[in-house]
Design a protein around this ligand. Structure first.
Ligand SMILES: C[S@@+](CC[C@H](N)C(=O)[O-])C[C@H]1O[C@@H](n2cnc3c(N)ncnc32)[C@H](O)[C@@H]1O
Length: 194
């Protein structure tokens, strides 16, 4: 893991430690309407923060990330017991069509580059009936993001700045999703799609 990933992993672990399910994560789970029987996949789970939050509501949570190190960290948490964590590329998964009721992609798209994000959204469409995407509200708070994206780019993978030039809602629609609900809370937006 490079320096960037190590710092991000540390930050994500701090944000997701036991008993620390944040309002941010709870709101996404509630907005996505996740209940005990909802089959959930958390795509780009990193160290599992959203998967743990989903597992507080649902008995059927699968979580994937392309980083083996992060999945290994996620698996060591006591909250991981009932979660199926797997190393997998979100742009090309092993799951059958419509295996899941809800796919979550929380702050994952901007780390995939624009072509990767588009593929992951299409893959989510294939394997899940509904989708909840949370991303930076690039087109909501344009003045803030027009400056802050350059600072953030220092901590993000190559391709991040190019990604920030895309309209995320349009990207979601181009992948075949219909956006039913939007929840914006600075600096993030959650899109609920079917
Ligand atoms: C900011 S983290 C996601 C945070 C996490 N969803 C959360 O709520 O804590 C972005 C993650 O995307 C993952 N990622 C990037 N490209 C991916 C891909 N093609 N497939 C799966 N995961 C990917 C990275 O390994 C990283 O762990």
């Amino acid at each position: 893991m490079g320096l960037r990933e190590t710092i991000e992993t540390f930050a994500l672990k701090r944000m997701g430690r036991s008993g620390q399910t944040s309002d941010f994560r709870r709101r996404i789970i509630e907005t996505a309407g996740i209940g005990p029987d909802t089959r959930v996949i958390d795509m780009a789970t990193a160290v599992g923060g959203m998967a743990y939050a989903a597992a507080e509501k649902s008995r059927h949570v699968t979580a994937i990330d392309i980083s083996e190190q992060r999945i290994n960290i996620a698996k060591t948490d006591p909250r991981a017991d009932n979660i199926d964590f797997r190393v997998m590329d979100a742009t090309h998964t092993d799951f059958a069509d419509k295996t899941f009721d809800v796919a979550l992609i929380v702050l994952g798209l901007h780390e995939m580059t624009a072509p990767g994000a588009k593929s992951a959204l299409k893959e989510a469409r294939r394997i899940s009936k509904e989708l909840a995407v949370t991303e930076f509200g690039l087109d909501k708070w344009t003045l803030f993001w027009s400056f802050f994206r350059y600072a953030l780019a220092l901590f993000e993978p190559p391709g991040f700045l190019k990604f920030t030039r895309y309209n995320i809602a349009e990207m979601i629609k181009e992948a075949g999703w219909e956006i039913n609900k939007e929840h914006a809370k600075f600096p993030f937006v959650t899109y609920i799609c079917s």
